[in-house]
Design a protein around this ligand. Structure first.
Ligand code: FE2
Ligand code: FE2
Length: 134
């Protein structure tokens, strides 16, 4: 079973955003699989680099959609994104500074980080788009 299961519950109703979220979920699942199967630290490091990079790509794209829709929550959402980027970067540096080990606690943090932001903050934007289409 995948570590984070994609379900309709996670859909914010915007195809592009959902596809990008699915890709983030896939990267987190890849990391979990790599951890379980005892993959080498080089591979784990590569997946983490990908996670940090793709997170930034997704956040930039999502903020552009919000700006386009004149979403009133944009400034706050940008702050949340910046915090999340800092957290995932710290996750990556902790990995490199701790003998390159990933613990279950670190994975649980990532799972929470991803699903909570989608379910609460991105969902609010999805609802706004439906209610106030531009
Ligand atoms: Fe977001
Ligand atoms: Fe998002």
């Amino acid at each position: 079973m995948a570590f984070v299961e994609w379900s309709e519950e996670l859909s914010v109703g915007i195809t592009q955003v959902d596809q990008e979220h699915q890709k983030l979920v896939a990267i987190v699942n890849q990391l979990d699989e790599a951890m379980i199967s005892g993959k080498g630290t080089r591979i784990m490091n590569e997946i983490l680099t990908q996670l940090v990079e793709y997170t930034k790509i997704h956040f930039t794209a999502e903020e552009a959609l919000m700006a386009e829709a004149e979403y009133p929550g944009l400034d706050l959402h940008k702050q949340q994104h910046r915090q999340l980027v800092r957290k995932v970067e710290k996750f990556h540096s902790d990995f490199n500074n701790s003998g390159r080990r990933i613990t279950r606690k670190m994975m649980d943090f990532l799972k929470y980080w991803l699903s909570n932001h989608i379910l609460v903050d991105d969902m609010a934007f999805g609802k706004y788009r439906v209610e106030c289409p531009t």
